[in-house]
Write a protein that binds this ligand. Structure first.
Ligand code: FES
Ligand SMILES: [Fe+2]
Length: 374
């Protein structure tokens, strides 16, 4: 089973690259038709693919306690994700079984969902509990009108949703992935925003380090390297390591004494539309939700780290500072170049985009879309 390298193996590989002036590189060049970023038909195929794959929808910590729920529209389907009285996370289509309106909005903690239209109520397990003036529905079988359930997988501190059948044993696509979040890690920030670009253009900006110096010359680059990365894949997913310059100090430290925190950051691409960026003091889960071909909603959940932190207060302070640095600097630079690329898509300047040997995780990403799209 494929797995990602240990921190120490990654550090060894980075140190060798620094010494040799090299980086991990791919062995394939890919030409991706620009039409794939513009076409409504292609997007419809991609969204159909999303609905069959196990896609992360939130960290377990977002619905920590019984009755905690979130709502989220995934690949066009409004969903409720809720933790039941038995502690099990469940997912339902957010649609009343009477006349379809949403029975929950935003997020919160409830004992039951009560539809705002005519008051039908549903338990945390989705069962239809009550119908006001029930004698108006003489044939109604309440046991058949629970909320429509979708498959949920909870693993490694993440909640995944599988909306539709079509892939045998979808869990196998998660084999080898690490535990991303432990129960001690605290969810300290949640946000969402819109980026004016195709979801794939935005995704591509996270998963290569070839752009660090030109695009992040005054933000990330002073702390890192230009085009120096470790590249790995795990099934349909991938990981890229962005080392910090501080890592050079580890060259003379025994492997068992090395501390990876502060020396490198990991960017996991969770196929198809999610990233997990593990930085020094916090980890962010980011979901890229296509809103048509030209927009993407970016929803983030940020979690504190416990390892290497003196106490809870300093862990939270460090996490907040770390997150502000990333979201107010490098992130905005990425969004600027990506939105600028979006504006040129329809100009005809490019019929294809070319991904070279320094962009192998993007090549892998598009190969996986080809694999799962029907
Ligand atoms: S639509 Fe929900 S009770 Fe009528
Ligand atoms: Fe970037």
């Amino acid at each position: 089973m494929a797995q990602y390298l240990s921190d120490n193996d990654v550090i060894d590989r980075v140190l060798a690259h620094i010494k040799d002036g090299t980086t991990d590189r791919g062995d394939r060049v890919r030409q991706e038709p620009v039409d794939h970023y513009i076409s409504d038909e292609r997007l419809a195929q991609e969204l159909a693919m999303f609905r069959k794959l196990p896609t992360p929808i939130c960290p377990s910590a977002a619905i920590k306690n019984h009755g905690d729920f979130i709502t989220y529209a995934a690949a066009g389907t409004p969903l409720i994700i809720v933790r039941g009285k038995d502690g099990v996370a469940r997912g339902f289509k957010n649609a009343c079984r009477h006349r379809g309106t949403k029975v929950a909005k935003d997020h919160g903690c409830v004992g039951a969902f009560v539809c705002p239209y005519h008051g039908w109520s549903y338990g945390l397990d989705g069962a239809l509990l009550g119908v006001p003036h029930e004698n108006g529905f003489p044939e109604l079988d309440k046991s058949k009108l629970g909320l429509s359930e979708v498959k949920i997988i909870e693993r490694g501190g993440l909640i995944y949703v599988v909306q539709e059948d079509g892939i045998d044993n979808p869990e196998t696509l998660l084999e080898g992935l690490p535990e991303f979040f432990t129960p001690e890690q605290e969810l300290f920030a949640q946000a969402d925003g819109i980026v004016e670009s195709n979801w794939k253009l935005f995704m591509e900006s996270f998963i290569e380090g070839y752009h660090i110096k030109p695009a992040h010359g005054k933000t990330f680059y002073p702390f890192g390297f230009d085009n120096l990365n470790v590249i790995e894949t795990c099934g349909p997913h991938s990981r890229i390591t962005y080392p910090f310059r501080r890592i050079e100090k580890l060259a003379n430290v025994l492997p068992e004494k090395r501390e990876a925190t502060g020396s490198l950051s990991y960017l996991y691409q969770m196929f198809p539309n999610v990233i997990i960026s593990q930085l020094t003091h916090h980890t962010t889960l980011g979901i890229l939700e296509p809103i048509g071909t030209e927009r993407v909603k970016f929803t983030t959940y940020s979690m504190t780290h416990t390892r290497g932190q003196a106490d809870q207060v300093s862990a939270l302070e460090n996490a907040i500072r770390d997150r502000e640095f990333v979201s107010q600097t490098g992130q905005e630079e990425d969004i600027a170049v990506v939105e600028a690329a979006q504006e040129s898509l329809a100009s005809g300047a490019n019929t294809h985009f070319t991904f070279g040997h320094f962009e192998p995780n993007i090549v892998h990403f598009h190969e996986q879309i080809d694999r799962f799209i029907t």
